[in-house]
Design a protein around this ligand. Structure first.
Ligand code: SF4
Ligand code: SF4
Length: 470
């Protein structure tokens, strides 16, 4: 454990009069706007997320909504493929793969997920942008906060909250639209006819978005998200994190642009506080790696712009590893990272195989509670109920049979035609022909196969029960 980076929990809520702090007396963090490479990357990540989230729900595929988790029918439709509850093991596998992917990326580059693609961060950025266009940049907002109520303040505040609520409502509607068809849902909302469960969930997610992205913001990352708590377990000395190069920056202090820091006994940090003012969690990256840091790289952009202005080399705050900061060389390929990546690749491969091999017809067998009976021909007979699901998007004709069932005869409706997605329960009986095998319980395998495409088939096992002595 000795090569892990200690992540500190530094309390940032205490007032610190000696410094300009990002968190102000109203307990809100007013970040300064800025531009730079990492901001562009982050906005691109958030833009892609918004496009996927708000756009996908409106796509149609094969006459129905392309992505829809139909709770009423327990089906998940995604671009022409339909998944039933029996397939949800695949969803579990997908979630495990996502968790391993997060572990691998965290070992490699720290909290890039939080900084660039996490919905909480992305929605918070868009809410901050709304704040900026309605109330102005950081200094104007701080001034507005302490100003007495006036018409201007009322209008600016109202505009901000109206925008926040509009985005929250759109988010709530879109989210619920993945579980109930979006078009009728949107129509109900626009005609004010939405009611019941739909209305409850749309309002619930509207409220959750407004609260999380508008008010709670970094508090969600710091106090509610478990990922922040266990990230330090995944970090090692070679993990790329956003760090301040103290050896280069200290002793920090103001100076004239043309002054030579060496002559003044200073490092490259001019103590301008810009890195603190742009930080969405209100921390000072110069205090070291902290649990509140979401890895957004805003402080890199801010500090690089200051370095440019001062004519110093960029990178006083940068992506680096603890090993590099101590004068060593970062080991990008290391056992833990290779292990996570290998497990990840194996799991992705297994999931792809499972998806490709997924039977497009499902068969479940349940045996009648009665053990056995003798039919009119004097044969021992068992009763079963077969549940068959056509998982394809076309009508299919199926044939029911028994695998290796020479000693048995299957009776009932053995030819079926099922519409796309149709589920049927078929009662059948199985009679035993052979006297030889007449004893106790024995294995029986049912099979359903497409009459035209034999590769679409499924099997299910059950037992046949006969008397021990007769
Ligand atoms: S310290 Fe830097 S990277 Fe971390 S949250 Fe603040 S601005 Fe983002
Ligand atoms: S932005 Fe750079 S120069 Fe300014 S205080 Fe932060 S680390 Fe120092």
């Amino acid at each position: 454990m000795s090569d892990r980076i200690p992540v500190q929990l530094i309390q940032t809520f205490e007032p610190a009069p000696a410094k300009i702090r990002a968190r102000t007396t109203d307990n809100l963090i007013h970040t300064r706007s800025f531009s730079g490479l990492f901001r562009t990357l982050r906005m691109s990540g958030a833009g892609l997320l918004f496009l996927l989230f708000f756009g996908t729900v409106w796509l149609d595929w094969g006459g129905r909504q392309a992505v829809l988790w139909d709770l009423a029918e327990s089906k998940f439709h995604i671009f022409g493929a339909t998944f039933w509850p029996q397939d949800f093991i695949l969803l579990s596998a997908l979630l495990i793969i996502a968790a391993f992917g997060l572990f691998a990326i965290t070992v490699f580059a720290g909290r890039v997920w939080c900084g660039y693609t996490c919905p909480q961060s992305s929605w918070t950025w868009i809410f901050m942008w709304c704040e900026k266009i309605t109330e102005g940049d950081r200094n104007q907002r701080i001034k507005l906060q302490s100003a007495p109520w006036s018409l201007d303040k009322l209008l600016r505040r109202s505009a901000k909250h109206t925008l926040w609520l509009a985005i929250s409502l759109l988010t709530g509607l879109t989210f619920v639209g993945y579980f109930t068809p979006i078009r009728p849902l949107a129509e109900e909302l626009l005609t004010l006819q939405m009611a019941g469960v739909s209305l409850f969930w749309v309002l619930f997610f509207t409220g959750a978005t407004y609260l999380n992205a508008g008010w709670l913001r970094e508090a969600v990352c710091m106090h509610m998200c478990p990922y922040a708590r266990f990230q330090s377990v995944m970090f090692d000395k070679d993990t790329l994190t956003i760090s301040y190069d103290a050896a280069r920056g200290e002793i920090r202090g103001p100076r004239k642009r043309d002054a030579n820091p060496a002559n003044l006994g200073l490092g490259d940090c001019i103590d301008c506080q810009m890195c603190v003012q742009v930080c969405p969690t209100g921390i000072d990256i110069r205090d070291g790696l902290q649990m509140e840091c979401i890895g957004c790289a805003a402080c890199i952009d801010a500090c690089d712009s200051i370095m440019d202005k001062m004519g110093y080399a960029r990178g006083l705050v940068k992506y680096t590893s603890e090993r590099q900061l101590q004068g060593g060389k970062t080991h990008l390929l290391r056992p833990r990272l290779i292990g996570y990546t290998a497990v990840l690749l194996v799991m992705i491969g297994a999931l792809v195989v499972a998806l490709v091999e997924r039977p497009m017809v499902s068969l479940d067998v349940s045996k009648d509670r009665g053990l056995f009976r003798e039919n009119s021909q004097g044969l021992i007979e068992n009763i079963y109920s077969l549940k068959i699901i056509n998982k394809t998007q076309q009508r299919q004709d199926y044939q029911l049979s028994l695998v290796d069932g020479n000693d048995f005869v299957l009776q009932g409706k053995t030819r079926l035609s099922l519409a796309p997605g149709e589920i049927v329960d078929v009662p059948v009986s199985v009679a035993m022909l052979s006297e030889r095998s007449r004893s106790g319980s024995q294995a029986l395998t049912f099979k359903v196969a497409d009459s035209d495409e034999p590769n679409i088939h499924s099997e299910a096992k059950s037992r046949f029960v006969a008397p021990m002595n007769r």
